[in-house]
Design a protein around this ligand. Structure first.
Ligand SMILES: NC(=O)c1ccc[n+]([C@@H]2O[C@H](COP(=O)([O-])OP(=O)(O)OC[C@H]3O[C@@H](n4cnc5c(N)ncnc54)[C@H](O)[C@@H]3O)[C@@H](O)[C@H]2O)c1
Length: 270
């Protein structure tokens, strides 16, 4: 079976490597030559920046960048990738979008770009590079399909062929929403920790000791408050949600994070 992984960054590289270790014929594609070289040298799979060197695959996995511009999702790379796949794929080809996208994107791609002549699922990632053995490619993941045939093909691929435990949802929109809401949930937890740390400072209380005490309760798991809510995914995904629908709570959490960063700067300066 030929599998093509498109986008060989933090997500696509381990995905392609994992599938290659399962004995499948993996071709990686990326527009960045460094990502391609890393795939060839460290991933031990074939990789190229030339789309015409990729043979027709049975499965295409989309792991390209998704970002935001002016608080709106920018999914240009996903759409560019789909245009390439559409030139070779047919009704039996499975396309799986692993990049984080907005609810409605998979259906739009299925109907408008593939004209329904494809099998399409969304299987977003929960990848955590700091603990790859536990939270890497093979961990419980959510999967939704644009129709039953697609979902069945997706489950067969992930569960049966790759041995990844998948949690099935009834619509692809639930899978799309699940990813960005999971990250928004985490954002809220961290924002609460940041808020609490500033509150503790106001009343001259030791935040770390308070947190440690709280976390002895069975249903409390308050994270640390560090340098502001960083990395790529959490700040992006919460804004994907608020670009869809207003939320007082999520907007307040983003305000808290901004205030916390200002507070930290003042603390360092004083
Ligand atoms: N990194 C994580 O821990 C993580 C976790 C969960 C979800 N995600 C999501 O996974 C997706 C990929 O994230 P990442 O961290 O791997 O990003 P990344 O920036 O590390 O890698 C993306 C890769 O896609 C390539 N690319 C961009 N446009 C392309 C195109 N048109 N054609 C081919 N290749 C293209 C880039 O050159 C890059 O190598 C994003 O949607 C992200 O939100 C990431």
């Amino acid at each position: 079976m030929i599998v093509c992984v498109i986008g060989l960054g933090q997500i696509g590289f381990p995905v392609a490597k994992y599938i290659a270790t399962k004995g499948y014929d993996v071709y990686g594609f990326d527009i960045n030559p460094d990502a391609v070289n890393q795939g060839i040298q460290n991933g031990k799979f074939k990789a190229t920046t030339q789309w015409d060197q990729i043979p027709k695959a049975e499965v295409y996995i989309i792991c390209v960048t998704t970002s935001q511009v002016n608080n709106q999702a920018d999914l240009t790379s996903v759409f560019d990738t789909v245009k390439k796949i559409a030139t070779t794929a047919d009704t039996n080809t499975l396309v799986t979008i692993e990049s984080t996208i907005l609810p409605g994107t998979s259906k739009k791609i299925f109907e408008e770009m593939f004209k329904r002549n494809i099998l399409l699922v969304h299987a977003p990632h929960r990848y955590w590079a700091d603990q790859e053995d536990k939270y890497g490619v093979n961990q419980v993941r959510v999967i939704g399909g644009v129709n039953t045939e697609s979902l069945n093909a997706g489950i067969k691929f992930y569960k049966d062929k790759l041995g990844i435990p998948m949690h099935t949802v009834s619509t692809v929109e639930i899978a799309e929403m699940c990813k960005i809401i999971e990250n928004s949930h985490r954002y809220l937890q961290i924002a609460f920790a940041e808020d609490l740390k500033m509150m503790c400072d106001n009343i001259d209380m030791d935040f770390d000791e308070l947190r440690e005490a709280m976390n002895t309760k069975w249903n409390v798991d308050l994270p640390e408050a560090r340098d502001g809510i960083g990395r790529h995914c959490l700040p992006k995904d919460i804004r994907y949600v608020t670009s869809l629908t207003p939320s007082i709570l999520l907007s307040s959490a983003m305000d808290v994070d901004n205030k916390y960063r200002e507070w930290l700067t003042k603390q360092k300066d004083s």
